[in-house]
Each structure stands twice: as structure tokens, then as C-alpha cells.
Design a protein. Structure first.
Length: 309
């Protein structure tokens, strides 16, 4: 006997989706990522499934439900009290089409989460609605730390969000960062220290260095993380004795630069467009002036190098 979901009378938020023809069956908990604005992420969708908020053809779905094409999926969430405030927060849009967008994340704001002020909640007020058939609310497909600035990739359709998530998992998206580090260091190297017990790898190249009365030496460093652990670059650089300037977690207490923020910047992303395989995309977020100002007369050279690489 099928178990049916809640009645329409009890529903405050009701979203529906009709599955188009798909090549192979896929689990709902994978297919449904980015499908419904009220259960947008994979973890949120799992919670909605556990709470019996999702039905497929009128029957309550589970994490084991497979989608084969043609199904009617419905998300039904009981009412919550209180009006929802809209966040107005201007973001610099670096690129946008119907499938994805790239914005510049400023320091001092979370990418997503339960806080009212997040990049995710500000996206609708900064991006054009997608005209694609599976358009959904725009959503970040990766994270940057609260204090980190730079390039942030956004999906605007359900299919692009799924594809971009898969590309990050498969390491098909190349990320480049720049940081200002403290202390004398090798010109280049690879760091393989585990982060939180997991295998991790980062590569670095010293671009410029300058003597500093307070810090001994400051370095502009180009970084390429090969894995994506939380705080990976910060931990790796601290671990080799070259913490990032302004790092209040992994930097030494006597060398904290207060009031200037963390000198870590997500500079570029390289990947194939998720809806046009074989079409290369390279997107960059300009380096903040506060970085290059530290290197005095070398500022023009720094900008030239970073434009090339």
C-alpha cells in the first residue's frame, strides 16, 4: 500500500518538477540537487526526504528512489511563521550567461549558511533570471572562507549545478589563488601534508618578495590546490613556516596584522563549460590593490605577471 504525502491544505511551500527524458536512471537525491529552492543543496534535499516532504507521482520518496524520466516530483513543506526578509547586497558580476555566473566575493561575508547575510541570499538581486527550461535560483557550487576574496562560481540551472558539482568532485576545474606569505621561502614547491587526516596537495610559486621591517620578508605567492580541503592553503603554508599575512587562525600571534584582513585571494577558474563540452572557459577576479601595494615599485610587474598567468 503506497504511503502518500501531506494534503494541499497543509502546504505553505509547494514546488513541482516534471522530469524530462533522461538517458539513464539516477537516484532522486542526486538528480534533485539544485531543483527546488527550499531544498537546494544535497544535504537540504536529504533532510526533506527524511521529513517526508518529497513525493514522486504522489508517493513519498526516499533516498533510494530512482528517477527514470517522466515523473512528477513535488516538494511540499508545512508553513512557517514570519515573513522572509530579502537581502540587498550589491555584488560585482564578472561573467554571466543563462547557465552559470561568476561573482567577486568580498571579504567578511559567508558564501552560504544560516546567517541572513550570505552571498547565496544576495544572488537573486544581482543576477539575471535564466531563460533555460530547468532554470532555478542561482546557487554557489563551491565555497570560499569568510575572510577570503575572489572568484566564486554560481550555477543558474539545475543541470549546470549538478554538472559543476560533479566537475569539482572529479577535479576537472582548475583553481588558482594568490596569497601574501610571511618569511623566507623556496621559489616553488609542492606541499603534501594531510589536512584533517585526509590526503591533500598544494603547489606554490613565489612571484615576488620584499623585505619587511616588521615581518622580515613578504612574498606574493601563486597557489594551485590539487585537492579541496577546508582551510587547505592556510594550513599548508603555515605548516612550511610561511603563514598567510593576516591569518588569525594559523598565523603566529606576534605577527597578526589586525584590521587588514586575510591576504588570500581566489584569482581564477579554468574548466569546460558544463553545457558545451570542449568549450574552454577561463575566468579571473582581479587581484586586490592592497596585495600589490605591499611590493612598492614592483606593482606594475606584479599586475603584468598576474594578467599572463
Amino acid at each position: 500500500m503506497p504511503k502518500f504525502g501531506p494534503t494541499k491544505a497543509a502546504i505553505d511551500l509547494n514546488e513541482t518538477h516534471i522530469v524530462p527524458k533522461i538517458p539513464t536512471p539516477i537516484r532522486l537525491q542526486e538528480y534533485g540537487v539544485g531543483l527546488f529552492r527550499a531544498a537546494f543543496t544535497k544535504s537540504a534535499l536529504k533532510k526533506a526526504l527524511k521529513k517526508d516532504y518529497v513525493t514522486v507521482n504522489g508517493v513519498l520518496a526516499t533516498s533510494g528512489t530512482f528517477i527514470r524520466g517522466g515523473e512528477h516530483i513535488e516538494l511540499s513543506i508545512p508553513p512557517k511563521a514570519g515573513p522572509k526578509k530579502k537581502l540587498i547586497f550589491p555584488l560585482r558580476v564578472l561573467f554571466e550567461d543563462d547557465y552559470l555566473a561568476v561573482v567577486h566575493k568580498p571579504a567578511g561575508i559567508l558564501v552560504s549558511g544560516n546567517s541572513f547575510k550570505t552571498v547565496a541570499k544576495a544572488l537573486e538581486g544581482n543576477l539575471r533570471p535564466s531563460g533555460h527550461v530547468d532554470a532555478t535560483i542561482p546557487w554557489p557550487v563551491h565555497r570560499l572562507d569568510y575572510a577570503t576574496t575572489g572568484i566564486l562560481l554560481i550555477g543558474k540551472t539545475s543541470s549546470s549545478i549538478r554538472n559543476l558539482n560533479r566537475m569539482f568532485e572529479d577535479k576537472a576545474i582548475k583553481k588558482t589563488y594568490y596569497a601574501v606569505t610571511i618569511g623566507s621561502m623556496e621559489r616553488s614547491g609542492q606541499i603534501n601534508a594531510a589536512v584533517d587526516g585526509k590526503a591533500s596537495q598544494s603547489e606554490y610559486t613565489q612571484v615576488r618578495s620584499v623585505a619587511s621591517e616588521r615581518f622580515g620578508q613578504l612574498n606574493l605567492v601563486r597557489l594551485e590546490p590539487r585537492t579541496g580541503r577546508r582551510h587547505q592553503l592556510r594550513q599548508h603554508l603555515s605548516g612550511i613556516g610561511n603563514p598567510i599575512l593576516g591569518d588569525q587562525i594559523y598565523g603566529p600571534d606576534n605577527l597578526i596584522l589586525r584590521g587588514k584582513g586575510l591576504y588570500l585571494h581566489a584569482h581564477s577558474l579554468q574548466f569546460e563549460h558544463p553545457l558545451a563540452p570542449g568549450e574552454p572557459v577561463e575566468l579571473k577576479a582581479p587581484l586586490p590593490l592592497r596585495f600589490t601595494k605591499l611590493f612598492g615599485d614592483d606593482i606594475v610587474w606584479c599586475f603584468f605577471f598576474i594578467l599572463l598567468f
